[in-house]
Design a protein around this ligand. Structure first.
Ligand code: UDP
Length: 326
């Protein structure tokens, strides 16, 4: 049971959000963005992949409260709630392959509980979905109308199908109960607070380059991804939350790179002389991924501003600061 005092009498016109996965990479940035925009935020996280360090600045702010909580259990929050944002889930392939059942549970049970909270409170609900719902896409770039090409019984299926179920459940609540919902499909994003050991390609390459270790390119490196800097990603999610658009809406940077191109850019940005080595391609690794952001442009007036090199420079600066802080 999570008990929170009702809104302070002096602040009764402030909007209040509950955000699951608050200590995660995107969750913590989104909590900050909401507090900056005048929201009170209740953050929940079971800290499997989230880190309290990510909340360092927020915990000092009276508008933010945190509960160490696993949202696969019934979520009870006292007081009014205007928005529920469901961001809890392992998101790196390494993490969701390490926690397959927890990933399925947070996508299924966690989504159900978060929807139930939103319904009970008359709150808007925003689901963090993913480009992984497109699987290994046969349509390129991927518009929201594409149904995807997912292997439900492969190792990545635990994440892909959990998020597909979460989208279906969210729209069932919308259609059945008239719940006010938003669905964002998040493409590869990166930036400060991406855990150095998280296993995603940007963090792996930056850490390897800094350590002078070989950059591990999986497969031949010709598979592609489109990388969105965290500030752009968060700005798009906030725009969706504040819009009338149910979605799903792709929020990602449409500039597409092969993994070899990414490795070369990381070497240039870091000035590292690390070599590039090839390792086996993980099972069901998508061969290509690029968001069609026509809908985000039209419905939200959103498009990314920070391109890969600049984003990598900013992220590299943060990794260096983290190292200096020990
Ligand atoms: N990848 C890589 N080396 C690494 C980590 C990942 O070549 O050290 C590749 C991975 O096989 C995939 C791409 O980079 O093709 C993006 O992987 P990531 O885990 O960041 O996210 P995904 O888009 O697969 O969810």
């Amino acid at each position: 049971m999570i008990d929170h005092p009702r809104r302070r009498a002096t602040d009764c016109d402030r909007a209040r959000a509950v955000l699951t996965g608050a200590a995660g990479f995107l969750g913590s940035h989104l909590c900050e963005a909401l507090v900056d925009r005048g929201w009170d935020v209740v953050g929940l996280d079971n800290l499997i992949t989230g880190r309290m360090d990510n909340l360092e600045g927020l915990l000092a702010r009276p508008e933010f409260t945190f509960e160490h909580y696993d949202v696969t259990n019934f979520i009870h929050v006292t007081g009014p709630v205007d928005a529920v944002l469901h961001f809890a889930s392992p998101a790196s392939p390494v993490d969701y392959l390490e926690h397959p059942i927890k990933t399925l549970k947070v996508g299924a049970l966690g989504t159900h509980n978060a929807l139930g909270l939103a319904l009970a409170k008359g709150a808007r609900f925003l689901l963090a979905s993913t480009s992984e719902v497109y699987g290994d896409p046969l349509v390129h770039p991927q518009p929201e109308t594409y149904w995807g090409n997912v292997n439900p019984i492969g190792p990545r299926g635990v994440y892909d199908e959990a998020k597909r179920f979460a989208e279906a459940m969210t729209l069932a609540y919308h259609r059945t109960h008239g719940l006010d919902v938003r669905i964002v499909r998040i493409f590869n994003s990166f930036g400060p607070r991406l855990r150095p050991a998280d296993g995603r390609v940007v963090s792996n390459f930056l850490v390897q380059a800094m350590d002078g270790d070989p950059l591990t390119v999986y497969g031949d490196g010709r598979q592609s991804r489109s990388f969105c800097y965290v500030d752009d990603e968060i700005r798009g999610i906030v725009a969706l939350l504040e819009s009338d658009c149910v979605g799903p809406v792709n929020i990602g940077n449409p500039n597409e790179f092969t993994i070899l191109e990414l490795a070369e850019t990381v070497l240039e940005v870091t000035g590292s002389t690390s070599e590039i080595v090839h390792e086996p391609l993980p099972v069901d690794d998508p061969t290509q991924r690029q968001p069609d952001i026509t809908l985000a442009k039209q419905a939200l007036g959103w498009e990314p501003r920070v391109q890969l090199r600049e984003g990598l420079e900013r992220t590299y600066a943060w990794y260096r600061e983290e190292r200096a802080r020990g």
